[in-house]
Design a binder for this molecule. Sequence first.
Ligand SMILES: C[S@@+](CC[C@H](N)C(=O)[O-])C[C@H]1O[C@@H](n2cnc3c(N)ncnc32)[C@H](O)[C@@H]1O
Length: 342
Amino acid sequence: MQLADFWPGRILLSAVELDIFQALAESATAGEIAAQRQVSERGITRLLNALAALEILDKAPAGDSGEATYKVTAALRPYLLAGPQNVLASLKHRAVLWRSWSQLTEVVRTGQPAVDPYENDERPDEDVRSFIGAMAVGARAHAPLAIAALDLTGVRTVLDIGGGPGVYAAEFCKASREIRATLLDFPRVCEIARENLAATPYAKRVGFVTGEARTVDHEAVLAASGGQGFDLVFSSSLIHSMSPEQVVMLLKRKVAWCAPEGQVVVKDFFMQENRIEPAMGAVFAINMLVNTPGGGTYTWTEGEHWLRAACEAQGRSAAAVERIELEGGRSGMLCLRLAGVA
Ligand SMILES: C[S@@+](CC[C@H](N)C(=O)[O-])C[C@H]1O[C@@H](n2cnc3c(N)ncnc32)[C@H](O)[C@@H]1O
């Protein structure tokens, strides 16, 4: 029964969708929130009481002269109110995912996703912003670990494919003064990344190429490296949104954009052969089932095989392929180092 208990989660997501937390930075009554957010007093009173029961809000009882008041608890203020640690974009993204996940039974019946493919780039701006905002929350935690695990000796140019909010691009620049990064993503995403990077010291060292990674003009991407190929061609959390055939196409392009003796790095969930470890990877595969026509989580063996095949298809040879486990195996990186050109 605990596994089936979605009620607390849904209560939190509706509070996020109704955007009530900032209004509860200071004590407010249900009537005040109802008026401010233009919602029913009956509905908001019950929602606020449930949030208080779940210890998301503190509730102060009505005094002689007034009504009960509510306020975000001290423990949750950093996460639910505006500020550097807030996770509101991740919660908004969860609320968007709720729509596709609620169709899971039908999706399993048909094998078809519940929403249009992301690549159409036709989603409402608000959904794109919450998705990319959610990616930034995750990347701020994961990018430093991942980049610290890479050998950046001699790396001066990095291509980050599907770079999203620009957190990895900034982290590469932070890791070495020598590095200039190029972020490749859809136009609206690059716009958000540009805004994010403008607030960092790295804006001048990050360039952009807009487009879809498998079809974007090959020469335009190569030109962004200075023409010789990038020293490191990176992607994080990109291949899981693609079918195996699409992953192979992407990896061929990654190899083609990589300089002699450069590295091609793929970061994602990498599954054990049983496809149930790491557990989060098996659950995440459901997210790709409901949201993409062909995505999933792939095994280390598949990833390595596809990387080597991509290399061969481009007439290049691999000097080495390394498996790097991150977060105790919950995610990982495959790092292929290309041989020099004979
Ligand atoms: C799950 S997010 C990951 C963002 C970032 N790399 C990270 O790890 O935090 C995937 C990113 O890839 C982009 N993307 C997805 N498919 C793409 C494609 N076919 N071509 C270019 N970008 C793509 C999305 O717009 C999004 O920014």
